[in-house]
Design a protein around this ligand. Structure first.
Ligand code: NAD
Length: 478
């Protein structure tokens, strides 16, 4: 597949490409252009040309087109989902589900667009009015990771389009195909040429997009180190930023919790997408009286999850590449060497159907201590560290002793204690007594080093708008 710029397919000027492989088998799925500064420039120029018309397109028309894009995603969910399945390796049904669920987000953003309004304070003197309105920030660069490439792009694209912005997106090198495919589908659904462009390449292309003087905002989802580099580079041209970065989210399980429900939620959430999930549970603090009982419940559920081999069925696919795999292996080895108990998993899965991919089984590390890597750094893989605590307060202190602040989880039947824990935990979203998917209607984002700004719902749309104040004077007829 080529890049999608200004409503058409384009190769890189150099003719260079890079391969996209199936993480289960290592086989070639397709190749895409290795874009650089010239392609960044061409895509941004197309987005800038399109911005002039798109920002003045009436809201009702923008909303109609965004809703048509949502419907086109539903209509092509199987086709795009299969492509995602091939490039990411996640089981197929979950890939198709990601496309359909992302379409809902476009619809929600469209509805938020219809509710936007300017305001006019009533305090002005006769012959004066002050209008507080909002305008689109301009051309937006979206840079996205591999783990939920379509969902995380729609977090940004739907809000940007409704606000009147145009976009250049750079998907991850591992998973560019589903994004490219959607660009063509959206164009067919009615999105004008240049409003949404997709370029492919690695970090060098990302840096060229961020440094370019024309875009006014960078919307980035990815790791903390990349987010810091982007924030520093974007400061040179004072671009607006939304940063959704890494997490190492903690769960606190109190002695009075519904242990079955807590174990089911933590296993489901901690191992979804083989742990390649930003707000997954990575650390668990359990009150000592129920510690061993809870470990047994977690282990029983984790052992029941199966790995889907190349060409076969199962609950979890491989990790996307060797770099992502290496963290799970290193954290497991480090914990083992420092005396932790590996309850299940802990080493790469091998054998027929597994050897060509980086498969790592669900891994539970009990008796984890703060010095262990698994309790300090994001895993982005299927490894959970678990430790006993003497009180919920000790759990909060350990949970908050982290540079991350994306999500947190608490389990207790005592509602007063639960609400207090929710208030004390330093995280952008906190779940009490179960872990649902994050809702499309409410803000999502991180505290501390987990990011800057919020996405989803009206909060997401607002971050693509600038306030403008208009002071109006006129002669009052006598
Ligand atoms: P990554 O940071 O390595 O790469 C993400 C994207 O940024 C890629 O497209 C990459 O090419 C690009 N990039 C990297 N360095 C860049 C630079 N200096 N300038 C411009 N572009 C650059 O992340 P990844 O390995 O693809 O994804 C995993 C990370 O993403 C994890 O840390 C995870 O927590 C995070 N993530 C966060 C959320 C969230 O909502 N907070 C959601 C999903 C993933």
């Amino acid at each position: 597949m080529d890049m999608f710029i200004d409503g058409g397919w384009q190769a890189a000027g150099s003719g260079a490409t890079f391969p996209v492989t199936d993480p289960r088998s290592g086989s070639l799925v397709d190749s895409v252009p290795a874009g650089g500064a010239a392609e960044a420039d061409a895509a941004i120029a197309a987005a800038a040309r399109a911005f002039a018309d798109w920002k003045t397109t009436p809201m009702a028309d923008r909303v109609r087109i965004v809703k048509a894009c949502a419907q086109s995603m539903r209509d092509t969910a199987a086709e795009v989902g299969n492509l995602l399945h091939a490039e990411l390796g996640r089981p197929q049904a979950a890939c198709v589900g990601e496309i359909a669920r992302s379409a809902d987000l476009l619809d929600i953003y469209a509805e938020e667009g219809l509710r936007l309004a300017a305001t006019m304070p009533l305090g002005a003197a006769p012959g004066e009015k002050t209008i507080v309105t909002r305008e689109p920030v301009g051309v937006v660069v979206a840079i996205t990771p591999f783990n939920y490439p379509v969902t995380l792009l729609m977090f940004k694209l739907g809000a940007a389009l409704v606000a009147g912005c145009t976009m250049v997106a750079k998907p991850s090198e591992d998973t560019p195909l589903s994004t490219l495919k959607l660009a063509a589908i959206f164009h067919r659904a009615g999105l004008p040429a240049g409003v949404f462009n997709v370029v492919t390449g690695g970090r060098e292309l990302g840096e060229a997009l961020v440094a370019h003087p024309v875009p006014r905002k960078i919307a980035f989802t990815g790791s903390v180190p990349a987010g810091k580099a982007i924030a520093a580079a974007a400061a040179q041209t004072m671009k607006r930023l939304t940063l959704e970065l890494g997490g190492h989210s903690a769960a606190i399980v109190c002695a009075d919790a519904d242990l079955d429900k807590a174990a089911a939620a933590i296993v489901r959430h901690g191992f979804a997408n083989t742990g390649q999930f930003c707000y997954r549970v990575g650390r668990v603090f359990v009150e000592r009286p129920v510690y061993e009982e809870f470990l047994a419940k977690l282990a029983e559920r984790a052992r029941a999850l199966t790995l889907a081999p190349a060409g076969g069925e199962g609950d979890l696919g491989p990790l996307v590449n060797e770099k992502i795999f290496a963290t799970s292996a290193r954290q497991s080895d480090d914990a083992r060497a420092k005396g932790a108990r590996i309850l299940t998993g802990g080493a790469r899965a091998t054998g027929p159907g597994y050897d060509a991919g980086f498969y790592f089984p669900p891994t539970l590390i009990a008796d984890a201590t703060p010095e262990m890597e698994v309790m300090q750094h994001e895993t982005f893989g299927p490894v959970i560290g678990i430790a006993p605590v003497d009180s919920p307060a000790e759990g909060v202190a350990l949970a908050n002793a982290s540079p991350y602040g994306l999500a947190a989880f608490a389990f207790t039947r005592d509602l007063a204690r639960g609400l207090t824990l929710c208030e004390q935990l330093e995280a952008g979203s906190v779940w009490l007594n179960d872990i649902q998917r994050s809702s499309h209607y409410v803000p999502f984002g991180g505290m501390k080093e987990s990011g800057l700004g919020r996405e989803k719902g009206r909060y997401g749309v607002e971050s693509y708008l600038e306030y403008k104040t208009i002071y109006l004077s006129y002669e009052v007829p006598q």
